[in-house]
Design a protein around this ligand. Structure first.
Ligand code: SF4
Length: 399
């Protein structure tokens, strides 16, 4: 298959998320050097949505667009942003062998002391272990090594050109040995062929055996070009599989197949991964980066609220209850002053005056605030000053 590189100058490279993506990767920003991916996994959600812009999805794995000015733009854009977690880079081959832009992006993050989150299928990431280790000392690094399962048969069916599974595990082990927070994302977990206990147990067990600290699992979405390719691959593996998927996913009222699996199925999957994590001594969520400062308590309380949403979802709680915690998490996460100080000054009433904080949620927050002094140690990261001024406005309240 012929691969073409197309170089261009991007106007903007950092995407600022409206809200932190708790309780998944906790990122606030993202910046990537390439558009398109040679691996061309059939289930890759990047084939659809806005990622490719107006490009034909069929060119996803044959045309790699390269943002040749990504390093300069990243430095200029980050220097104007509040320091928070940046999802950064793309170690796909052969693009990264040729351009080394992801390594240079890490250098910029190091220069500006930005915490970095990386999700990768490529073990080429190991090449930059020196820089990742230095960045982890200066700010923070978390890496998620991605695989759907560890079955060579399923890999050959759905992601034949992606890097080898054993190499990914070795990469995880080397990162963990260097003191970097690393875990696995089982994404997507493939229904009926990769979602049984033995596939899930093997993935969680091998993550634990290679130094991983957590496992995140998620079901498979089915949209546009991605769905068509994945269904075709499924049909080659087992002619009955597409029909089983179709029956499980169901249809929209207009007769088109649903893009997401039923909530009950996703909850069952989440519960299984959580139980396996407990059995193998791992976390079922990635711990959040929390910077030292007066707002550290807000970030931790918001983390607890996001975790509560996730647990309620797994228990199939009413959507309104899940949303109550999600909205409260957004409120606390964006609060510009310390929630602990607010509660100290106005016990009983302060929290309840905040938008989206009802009585039940306020009681949970009060309980977490009593736990915070003990939890604080080991969760808060010291911040190395950068060349671009203080992180916090000195007029902010001190705890
Ligand atoms: S390696 Fe990752 S980005 Fe590339 S096609 Fe596969 S899932 Fe998508």
């Amino acid at each position: 298959m012929k691969l073409t590189f197309e170089e261009y100058q991007a106007r903007q490279v950092v995407h600022e998320h409206k809200r932190v993506d708790g309780p998944w990767f906790w990122t606030r920003y993202s910046a990537h050097p390439y558009v398109g991916c040679r691996s061309g996994c059939t289930f890759c959600y990047l084939r659809g949505g806005r990622y490719l812009g107006k490009r034909d999805p069929d060119t996803f794995d044959t045309l790699i667009q390269v943002k040749t000015n990504v390093v300069e733009r990243l430095r200029a854009e980050l220097s104007r942003l509040e320091r928070d977690v940046l999802a950064c880079g793309d170690w796909q081959q052969p693009a990264e062998d040729r351009y080394r832009l992801s390594r240079q992006m890490l250098e910029v993050a190091h220069e500006l002391s930005f915490p970095v989150f990386i999700v990768e299928r490529s073990p080429l990431l190991e090449r930059d272990l020196d820089l990742l280790t230095a960045l982890n000392r200066r700010s923070w690094v978390a890496v998620v090594i991605s695989f759907s399962n560890l079955s060579p048969r399923l890999k050959a069916a759905f992601e034949p050109r992606s890097p080898g599974l054993q190499r990914r595990l070795q990469c995880m082990e080397r990162l963990a040995s260097a003191g970097i927070l690393v875990g696995a994302s089982l994404m997507p977990i493939i229904p009926f062929v990769g979602d049984d206990l033995s596939h899930l147990d093997e993935a969680v067990r091998m993550t634990a055996a290679h130094g991983g600290r957590f496992v995140l699992g998620a079901g498979m979405s089915m949209e546009g070009a991605q769905a068509a390719l994945t269904w075709a691959a499924a049909g080659r593996l087992d002619p009955a599989l597409p029909g089983r998927w179709r029956r499980m996913y169901g249809e929209e009222p207009d007769g088109t197949p649903r893009s997401s699996a039923p909530r009950e199925y996703k909850a069952r999957l989440g519960q299984q991964v959580r139980e396996l994590c407990e059995r193998h001594g791992l976390l079922a969520r990635m711990p959040r980066y929390i910077a030292e400062g007066p707002l550290a308590v807000n970030k931790w309380v918001a983390e607890q609220l996001f975790l509560k949403c996730w647990e309620l979802d797994l228990e199939l709680a009413s959507p309104s209850r899940v949303w109550a915690y999600r909205k409260a998490a957004w409120t606390v996460d964006a609060l510009p002053r310390s929630i602990a100080e607010l509660h100290r000054r106005q016990p009983g009433t302060g929290l309840r005056q905040l938008p989206e904080i009802g009585d039940a949620v306020a009681r949970d927050i009060e309980r977490w605030l009593t736990e915070w002094p003990l939890k604080r140690q080991g969760r808060v990261r010291a911040v190395t000053p950068s060349a671009f001024g203080p992180l916090f406005d000195s007029s902010e309240e001190k705890p």
